[in-house]
Design a protein around this ligand. Structure first.
Ligand code: PMV
Length: 323
């Protein structure tokens, strides 16, 4: 059987970093995110007896090896469905991979929805989120619509994401500034298993429940300035944790963009930044200000591409297949 799904990556306002269970990908802390409407992954999966092995084609490149993360995820799906057949997987992104745009979140969300449907499983949103989480933690947040909370949970069944506000709750924009398409040298997975050794990690974890409560309050009241201050502080907090564990994702280009943001604010443009594992910068503003943010970014020679998105839908099946 063959099935196709699309999914958006999500941008976390309060970030997931560090795991209390490496195998199940149970996070140390809860997180809050928004799906990013104009970045899209489309994935087609077909399980069939005539495939002699799993064939995986991501953005035109073959992913090799039985141990690959995609093959491991296919194994989880096969186990749930009680099937043995190998699969063909073709996946395409409308945006660069491995530069800080969270391609693994949309990738594993789309793979989960397409793969489970192709295997004949009928899973509910919560089950899909739990399954996606095991492929890539943040992928669990790309399953539900809009603004999403991932509750950390003590067990696999308790650790899933759910919508806290629908996509039309608040007309926010995520203006992504792509500074370079070079893949990051250190994967998020390595970061998750390295950060706990850093000197500031435990104090961050102690502060996370308070940040979650505050973020939900500000999403509810739509106080953009306070919200922006919170998410910018959180992005810097995350990168302090990286740097103090010897991991540096930011490039001179990212810093050049980030350093402009307080200046733009001093000129009356209400915009704040957030960052993931990678060099690309997410500029968060209200929709009405998105064009002005784009205009400012286009003045910077370090910015190669700008993509404007709003709050997006969750992962879903579509009828048109990639092969
Ligand atoms: O899901 P992963 O393993 O790609 O980790 C995501 C890590 C961050 O993007 C930095 C934070 C987050 O919550 O998305």
């Amino acid at each position: 059987m063959k099935a196709t799904a699309i999914a958006s990556p999500n941008i976390a306002f309060i970030k997931y970093m560090g795991r209390k269970d490496e195998v199940l990908r149970l996070p140390e802390n809860g997180s809050i995110s928004m799906n990013v409407s104009n970045l899209l992954t489309t994935t087609t999966v077909e399980f069939a007896e005539h495939y002699a092995k799993d064939e995986v084609l991501l953005d035109g490149e073959t992913e090799e090896g039985e141990g690959s993360r995609v093959v491991k995820h296919l194994d989880r799906i096969r186990k749930l469905a009680g099937i043995q057949a190998f699969a063909k997987v073709v996946s395409k992104n409308t945006f660069p991979t491995g530069t800080g745009l969270s391609s693994s979140s949309s990738g594993f969300a789309a793979l989960t929805v397409a793969g489970s449907a192709a295997a004949g499983l009928q899973l509910h949103e919560r089950e899909l989120s739990i399954l996606a989480r095991q492929g890539s933690g943040s992928a669990c947040r790309s399953i539900p619509d809009g603004f999403v909370e991932w509750v950390d949970g003590a067990t696999s069944e308790e650790s899933y994401a759910k919508t806290i506000f629908p996509a039309d709750h608040w007309d926010l924009a995520d203006v992504v500034a792509i500074a370079s398409t070079e893949r990051k040298a250190i994967s998020s997975s390595i970061a998750h298993s390295t950060v706990a050794d850093g000197p500031y990690y435990r104090s961050r974890i102690a502060r996370m429940p308070g940040k979650i409560v505050r973020c939900k309050e500000l999403l509810e009241t739509k106080d953009f300035r306070a919200f922006g201050e919170l998410i910018e502080e959180e992005a810097l907090d995350l990168h302090v944790i990286f740097m103090s564990a010897g991991i540096i994702y930011l490039t001179p280009q990212s810093l050049e963009i980030i350093k402009r943001v307080p200046f733009w604010r001093s000129q009356g443009l209400s915009v704040y930044f957030t960052l993931n594992t990678g060099q690309d910068v997410h500029l968060i503003c209200e929709r009405a200000d998105a064009e002005s943010v784009v205009a400012e970014l286009k003045k910077l020679s370090v910015v190669r591409e700008v993509i404007v998105s709003g709050p997006g839908r969750g992962a879903r099946k579509i009828e048109e297949h990639l092969f």
